[in-house]
Design a protein around this ligand. Structure first.
Ligand SMILES: *[C@@H]1O[C@H](CO)[C@@H](O)[C@H](O)[C@H]1NC(C)=O
Ligand SMILES: *[C@@H]1O[C@H](CO)[C@@H](O)[C@H](O)[C@H]1NC(C)=O
Ligand SMILES: *[C@@H]1O[C@H](CO)[C@@H](O)[C@H](O)[C@H]1NC(C)=O
Ligand SMILES: *[C@@H]1O[C@H](CO)[C@@H](O)[C@H](O)[C@H]1NC(C)=O
Length: 488
């Protein structure tokens, strides 16, 4: 279809523009001013596109006003814009209308550049209004695919904002090629929901990417956090998550660098079929509660090829989650990859089918962790940790079924979350504490079917030995160093 459409357009230009077009084509394709000049913009080949502006989904011709249409293979053409070609104007205009009807919308991808909506790129003036309007136009565009663009080389500041769907395009791309920064002062959130900064809600087919940067400017939040300053009057326990996917479906987040979120960097909530990859998430190791990625009440979520270093969990898998795959991740600094804490409110936990594979932990407090509260019930089952390496990790392998952050209020209970079918396979590295394997299960609800194979954990300190500790943990082990303490 695209080829046919491209062919029609090429033909149309040939016949319509004749010599003028040939002259254009013979001109150096690098000549941006010539190629991107005037009201009608087109790229004949992908090389021509790159002379306008390259774009990973095809070509992107820079124009002054939205909307712009993108024909990704053969030509880019703008509609809704006055055509200023004088010699062939009438014929072109006629053919243009005909062409638009004749070609499928599948070949046309509009790009809504927020600069065209008046967004200031000094990183100081609020751009949320431009973002909102660009999103609205993209979301309502009667096409299969639309893009909201934060262009490269520019820095935009936005106040808290929610991008709401459902949208008309099957695919809606949110392309952050420049830098998006949060307001630096917590006071900006006065009267607003302090739990979020950027959120996408009810969107299907969302693709957030673009090789740009998302800077949460969390410093001022960190200094007033109760975790850091418990004695501070009005210290805060809730700070914004940089980006939330709320009730989204069939979506992705990739190729972005997130830094310094006030609290968690990314949160996936009530969503399904979400793919996260090629992400870089960075916050200082001592920044409070700055989890990398939170997954809660969601299923079919994958995280691949990402580097996460923060002051809290690199990935935190919360309650009501299933079919989660975390692969090829580097974690550190941080608190590791945690399933939990689960069951805090005495709820019935349902967490299953979690794969954590090809992961490197460096200098983290925990590695592969499962933590549940005694008051919780329900289950965590079918969890695989495979091909994991640890470098100076405090608790490389840990199950804590007695998790409690209020020490004096956690007396032993008869309830607990049942943890079963957990595999640790092909694991090596160093522990910076003496207990390398700690399976601390509840005395009333045992951990069952724990399977350990090919594990070698040594001390990070020269000459020291490490050991395993088990409480009510049942399963099988083979080739495990330090010796396993699992019960049959
Ligand atoms: C704490 O918050 C209250 C109510 O918002 C305010 O009146 C008070 O001035 C604040 N105190 C400090 C020390 O910021
Ligand atoms: C194990 O994981 C590392 C990355 O941590 C990867 O480079 C390696 O290929 C993986 N090995 C296998 C057998 O998958
Ligand atoms: C196991 O959990 C109990 C209750 O929280 C705690 O007192 C104990 O120190 C833990 N054991 C290990 C080895 O961490
Ligand atoms: C202590 O435990 C009781 C009973 O589970 C609960 O009602 C109360 O809220 C807890 N207090 C704190 C500070 O967590």
């Amino acid at each position: 279809m695209v080829d046919v459409a491209g062919g029609i357009w090429t033909l149309f230009f040939m016949c319509c523009l004749g010599d003028e077009l040939m002259e254009l084509m013979q001109h150096s394709l690098d000549d941006q001013t010539l190629f991107c000049h005037g009201g009608l913009h087109f790229c004949i080949t992908s090389e021509a596109c790159s002379s306008c502006r390259s774009h990973s989904i095809g070509c992107y011709c820079h124009v002054i006003h939205p909307p712009r249409m993108l024909f990704d293979r053969h030509l880019c053409l703008l509609w809704g814009y006055k055509i200023s070609f004088s010699p062939v104007m009438g014929k072109c205009a006629f053919l243009l209308v005909f062409g638009l009807v004749a070609t499928s919308a599948a070949a046309c991808y509009p790009v809504y550049d927020i600069s065209d909506y008046g967004a200031e790129s000094n990183g100081i003036i609020d751009s949320s209004n431009s973002l909102s309007r660009a999103w609205k136009d993209a979301c309502n565009a009667k096409v299969d695919r639309a893009t909201v663009l934060l262009p490269e080389g520019k820095k935009f500041m936005s106040k808290p904002i929610v991008f709401v769907g459902p949208c008309h395009p099957k695919t809606i791309r949110f392309q952050i090629s420049g830098k998006l920064v949060a307001p630096s002062l917590p006071a900006t959130w006065k009267g607003l929901d302090a739990s979020r900064w950027i959120a996408f809600q009810n969107v299907q087919g969302l693709q957030v990417n673009g090789h740009g940067m998302v800077d949460g400017q969390g410093k001022n939040w960190w200094t007033q956090s109760c975790k850091r300053q418990p004695k501070l009057v009005n210290c805060t326990t809730l700070a914004p998550t940089a980006m939330k996917f709320l009730s989204c479906k069939d979506s992705s987040l990739s190729d972005l660098n997130f830094i310094n979120s006030p609290q968690a960097h990314i949160s996936i909530l009530d969503s399904s079929n979400i793919h996260i990859s090629d992400m870089m998430i960075e916050a200082p190791g001592n920044s409070p509660n700055t989890d990398g990625i939170h997954i809660h009440r969601s299923r079919e979520v994958t995280i691949d090829k990402s580097w996460i270093g923060s002051g809290d969990d690199c990935v935190s898998i919360q309650d009501y989650t299933s079919n989660i795959k975390i692969t090829n991740v580097r974690c550190g600094p941080g608190h590791g990859i945690s399933i939990g804490s689960l069951g805090k409110s005495g709820n019935q936990v349902q967490v299953e089918n979690i794969l954590v594979k090809n992961v490197k932990f460096k200098g983290t407090t925990n590695g592969a962790r499962i933590k549940t509260w005694q008051v919780g019930t329900g289950y965590v089952r079918n969890v695989i940790f495979q091909n994991i390496s640890f470098d100076k990790v405090k608790n490389p392998i840990i199950i804590d079924q007695n998790y409690c952050d209020v020490r004096w209020n956690c007396s032993e209970l008869v309830t607990g979350v049942h943890i079963s079918n957990v595999v640790y396979h092909d694991i090596s590295g160093t522990s910076s504490t003496k207990i390398a394997i700690n399976l601390n299960c509840s005395r009333s609800v045992a951990c069952t079917n724990i399977y350990m194979k090919s594990i070698t954990l040594l001390s990070a300190k020269c000459g020291q030995t490490v050991y395993s500790s088990c409480t009510n943990a049942h399963g099988w082990a083979s080739q495990v160093v330090p010796d396993s303490c699992l019960l049959d």
